[in-house]
Design a protein around this ligand. Structure first.
Ligand SMILES: *Cc1c(COP(=O)(O)O)cnc(C)c1O
Length: 463
C-alpha cells in the first residue's frame, strides 16, 4: 500500500517509511492512497474473532506484506498481552440504546495504550531490520508520557526521554512515568512549566546536528500507525452490536481528532457507522466549526478533561484532505491560511459533506461534573471527566435510532480529584497499580536549559 501526504508534495511512501517518518516533509500528514474496503460478507466473517485476530485482519491491508504475517501477529499479540481485561475493549450497556466502550484496560489506563503499544513494537521491528536505532524525546503534562514509556520499555532499538515540568504534573500521572525502572527509559523533571518542556523538545528537533546524531523521533498522534491501530476497536465494538446488519453511532471525546478520525477510516473501510459525534469540552473549536464551517482559534482553557484541552486538532487535516477529494495543494492553502490568521473557512458544500457523517456536542466543566454524577446515580458506573463528555454527547446530542457507543478514553482513577468532587467517592486504582503511590521513583532534575538537556541525553542514550 502506498501513502500520500495531505499537502500533496512529499514523496509517496510505503508502510515502513510512513511509520518512521511521522510528519511528511511538506508539513502534511500521511494517509493511504486508497482505503481498503471490506464487503459486508467479509465483515460478517470477522464475527467471533478474538481481539488480536480481528486486529490482524483489519491491519493487514495497511501493512500490506511489509512485515511477515507471523511477525505481525506476534507483535499484535504482545501489544495486548498486558491489558487487564480478557476482551481488551469491553462494552458496557448504560441504557436501552447507549453503550460505553472501555478503552482504559491498558497498562497506563488510557486509550493511548492501544496505539502506542503497537507503534513502539513496529518501530522496533522495522529498526532492527534496518540496523538503526532512535531516540524518542517528548514533553508531557499527562497521558502521552506514561503511555509512551510503557510502550517503549524493553524495546531494543529505542531510547526514550520524557520531560515533565517539575512539581506540575498530578501525583498519579507523574508516578505512572517515574516508577518505571528500565535502562532505556529516562524521566527528566525540568525546573519550569510544560511550555518550557515543549520548547526544549522543539529546540532539540530544530538542531539538525543533534537531531541527526541522536536520530531523534517523536511519538505524537500524527503518526499514521496510531490511527490505523485505533480503527480496530470500532470494528470490534460494531460487530458485537450487530454490524454489518445494523448501523451504529459513536460519540468520541476529542482533542487532536485522532481517535474519531479512526472511526471515519472505519466507515471508509465498509463499517456501517451512521454518525460520529465529536464530543468536546469548553475548548470547542471543532463544535463551532461544525455549526458554521469556520475553524477559528481561541485561547486554550484548562478544564477537568485536560487531554482535550486543544485548539489545533492536527488530525483534522486528514479529514480535510478527504473532504477536498485528495486535493493536496488546496489542503496546503487552507492549512497555511489557518496558521497565518488563526482562521480557516470551508464552503457550504464541504461542510455539508462533513455533516453527513459528523455531528458535535460540547460540555463545560460544570456539565462534566453533573454528567459524572448522573451516570453514577443512574447506573452505578464511575466515568472519568473525558468519558463524561462522550456520554453526554451520546445521550443528549444523538438523533440516530441506532445503538450509540460512547468511547471511554480513561480510567476514572486517573482523575481522582474531579471524580471525587462530583460523586464524593474516590475511584480506586486497579490491582496492578494499587501500590503506585508507594513505589520508588526514578527521575533526574535538570534546569530549564537546552545545553543541560542535550548533554544529559548525549551522556545517557544507548550507554
Ligand atoms: C488523548 C486523549 C483524548 C483525545 O483523543 P484525540 O485522539 O487526541 O482526539 C481523549 N481522552 C483522553 C483520556 C486522552 O488521553
Amino acid at each position: 500500500m502506498r501513502y500520500v501526504s495531505t499537502r500533496g508534495s512529499a514523496p509517496v511512501l510505503e508502510f515502513e517509511d510512513v511509520v518512521l517518518a511521522g510528519l511528511a516533509v511538506d508539513g502534511g500528514l500521511y494517509v493511504p492512497e486508497e482505503y481498503p474496503y471490506f464487503s459486508s460478507g467479509q465483515i460478517e466473517a470477522m464475527r467471533g474473532l478474538n481481539y488480536v485476530d480481528l486486529a490482524y485482519k483489519v491491519l493487514e491491508p495497511f501493512v500490506d506484506g511489509a512485515i511477515n504475517p507471523d511477525a505481525l501477529k506476534g507483535l499484535i499479540n504482545n501489544s495486548y498481552k498486558n491489558f487487564a481485561h480478557p476482551e481488551i475493549a469491553p462494552i458496557i450497556k448504560l441504557d436501552e440504546n447507549v453503550f460505553i466502550l472501555e478503552l482504559f484496560h491498558g497498562p497506563t489506563l488510557a486509550f493511548k495504550d492501544f496505539a502506542l503499544q503497537v507503534l513502539a513494537r513496529l518501530f522496533d521491528c522495522i529498526l532492527l531490520k534496518r540496523r538503526q536505532r532512535i531516540t524518542i524525546v517528548a514533553a508531557t503534562s499527562g497521558d502521552t508520557g506514561s503511555a509512551a514509556i510503557e510502550a517503549c520499555l524493553k524495546r531494543e532499538a529505542i531510547e526514550i526521554f520524557i520531560l515533565h515540568p517539575k512539581g506540575r504534573v498530578s501525583d498519579i500521572q507523574r508516578r505512572q512515568m517515574t516508577t518505571v525502572k528500565e535502562d532505556n527509559v529516562h524521566n527528566i523533571a525540568i525546573e519550569g512549566t510544560f511550555d518550557d518542556c515543549q520548547e526544549l523538545v522543539k529546540q532539540m528537533f530544530n538542531d539538525p546536528t543533534f537531531r541527526a546524531e541522536q536520530n531523534l523521533s517523536a511519538v505524537n498522534s500524527i503518526n499514521w500507525a496510531r490511527i490505523m491501530v485505533q480503527v480496530v476497536y470500532y470494528f470490534a465494538s460494531s460487530l458485537k452490536l450487530g454490524a454489518p446488519g445494523r448501523g451504529i453511532a459513536y460519540s468520541v471525546p476529542t482533542g487532536n481528532f485522532g481517535d474519531i478520525f479512526a472511526g471515519y477510516v472505519a466507515t471508509k473501510m465498509g463499517l456501517p457507522i451512521e454518525k460520529l459525534i465529536i464530543a468536546t469540552n469548553t475548548n470547542d473549536i471543532l463544535s463551532r466549526f461544525m455549526k458554521n464551517g469556520e475553524m477559528q482559534i481561541k485561547e486554550v482553557i484548562p478544564t477537568l478533561s485536560p487531554a482535550m484541552d486543544i485548539q489545533v486538532s492536527s488530525n483534522f487535516e486528514r479529514l480535510l484532505f478527504d473532504l477536498y477529494e485528495g486535493d493536496g495543494p488546496m489542503v496546503k492553502q487552507k492549512m497555511d491560511e489557518f496558521k497565518k490568521s488563526g482562521k480557516m473557512v470551508v464552503t457550504s458544500g464541504v461542510l455539508k459533506k462533513a455533516k453527513k457523517i459528523f455531528a458535535s456536542c460540547s460540555l463545560n466543566d460544570n456539565g462534566i461534573k453533573n454528567q459524572i454524577l448522573e451516570t453514577y446515580e443512574a447506573t452505578g458506573l464511575i466515568v472519568d471527566p473525558h468519558t463524561a463528555t462522550g456520554v453526554h454527547a451520546a445521550t443528549n446530542c444523538s438523533k440516530e435510532k441506532v445503538p450509540i457507543v460512547a468511547l471511554s478514553t480513561a480510567h476514572p482513577a486517573k482523575f481522582p480529584d474531579a471524580v471525587q468532587n462530583a460523586i464524593k467517592i474516590k475511584p480506586e486504582l486497579p490491582d496492578h497499580l494499587s501500590d503506585l503511590l508507594d513505589r520508588p521513583e526514578f527521575f533526574d532534575v535538570l534546569p530549564n536549559n537546552i545545553e543541560a538537556v542535550k548533554s544529559y541525553i548525549r551522556k545517557t542514550a544507548f550507554k
